[in-house]
Write a protein that binds this ligand. Structure first.
Ligand code: ADP
Ligand code: MG
Length: 365
């Protein structure tokens, strides 16, 4: 493969990678994917695929031989792999930021040290840690400290009595027990920071979840402007403190009593930032590519109000899971005006699996 610009080496083969590659191709850049599945959403359209596991050193060397800059599209990428690749070229994000985002305990400690409020929680490395718990901590949500996503690795716990069973059900691994908040709203802020330290902030998104999975993101948010500015400031503080280079998403809760609280961060483009493809001059994926290729960041203003709706695999099973599969009736799902359908090319629809999304224009910005 020959190319003047750097070839981007991408760890991960999912939909975020696919959209990153689409952005790279528009800029004439090439992307090599490392993934066990060459036919995944990103592998299908990549310029080259190294088939292998993310922690396989032979596969990582093969990637390093084909690319000059490295990035990832999923949160649970082994940080050791990023460290390994850093011997060959820059990795955006860096291994240390990824490690922080992979552990809810480290993430919350970091937020608090940076002066960013988080909701009430305690760390449970073993069940004996729950002896200090007060009744007022319930109802609560038990979350594994590592490897959770889309509400996986989480259980509602209504009382101290239920805790032991829930802890076991999650595998008796280190957890955080968060007090269940009275959420007035959830928002997320996606920002991009390049190697020169320039920062571009995307318009905040207001997120609605169903069963722990993002259902819709609406932009602009309907929250007091000072709250949004605060959230943007927190996101910038996080990026600055980490010396972060890449696209970073921060999820926030707006609690009735406690105000704005940081929930978690993702060191990559985020599901709630998909609207940027159509509704901003530069998408979150293009920013990530620009950062990798040392092209200045692009403008991020909102060009029109819109809503993103995730399309889950459930849509392919109108009569319920386990019943015959059927292609969704797109004429009913996709609005006829000012709407964009994205499908990720996943071969197998499964309940809860993200298969695509729709962006619908709601009006002027
Ligand atoms: N402490 C909490 N109080 C109320 N709702 C919560 C709390 N923690 C999580 N949730 C709900 O569950 C969703 C998923 O939780 P989150 O911590 O973001 O995990 P994931 O890594 O799966 O996205 C949140 O977006 C929110 O809707
Ligand atoms: Mg989340």
């Amino acid at each position: 493969m020959t190319s003047v610009s750097p070839v981007i080496g991408l760890l991960g083969g999912g939909q975020l990678g696919r959209m990153m590659i689409q952005a790279a191709h528009r800029l004439g850049l090439q992307v090599v994917v490392l993934d066990p599945d060459p036919k995944g959403p990103a592998g299908q359209i990549a310029d080259d695929v190294v088939v292998g596991h993310y922690a396989d050193s032979a596969a990582l060397v093969a990637l390093a031989e084909r690319a000059q800059v490295f990035t990832t599209e999923f949160e649970n990428v082994p940080s050791a792999s990023l460290r390994f690749l850093a011997q060959y070229g820059p990795t955006y994000p860096d291994a240390a930021s990824v490690e922080l985002a992979q552990d809810r305990r480290k993430e919350k400690t970091f937020f608090a040290k940076a002066g960013i409020p988080v909701g009430p929680y305690i760390t449970l490395n073993s069940l004996t840690d729950c002896e200090v718990l007060k009744r007022s901590h319930f109802p609560a949500i038990l979350k594994t400290a590592e490897l959770g996503y889309d509400g996986k690795g989480q259980l509602s716990v209504n009382s101290l009595d239920e805790l032991g069973h829930a802890f076991q059900e999650l595998g008796s691994v280190p957890c955080v027990l968060e007090k269940k908040l009275s959420l007035k709203a959830e928002i997320s802020v996606v920002i991009a920071r390049n190697a020169q330290g320039h920062v571009a902030v995307f318009p905040a998104a207001q997120n609605e979840h169903r069963h722990g999975i993002l259902h819709t993101s609406t932009i602009p948010v309907s929250l007091p402007p000072q709250l949004v500015q605060q959230a943007e400031q927190y996101a910038k503080t996080i990026a600055l403190r980490l010396g972060y280079v890449g696209v970073l998403a921060v999820e926030f809760f707006w609690d009735e009593n406690l105000g704005l609280l940081a929930n978690e961060m993702a060191p990559r483009p985020h599901n709630s930032g998909h609207f940027t493809i159509e509704a901003c001059p530069t998408s979150q994926f293009e920013q990530q590519v620009r950062i990798c290729a040392h092209i200045p960041l692009g403008p991020t203003r909102l060009q029109f109000a819109c809503r993103m709706t995730n399309l889950l695999g459930d849509l392919w099973f109108p009569n319920g899971p386990g019943k015959p599969m059927r292609e969704p009736d797109w004429s009913k799902l996709v609005p006829s005006n000012d709407a964009w359908l994205h499908l990720y090319g996943k071969a197998e629809p499964r309940p809860g699996r993200k298969m695509g999304h729709i962006i619908q224009k709601l009006g002027d910005a």
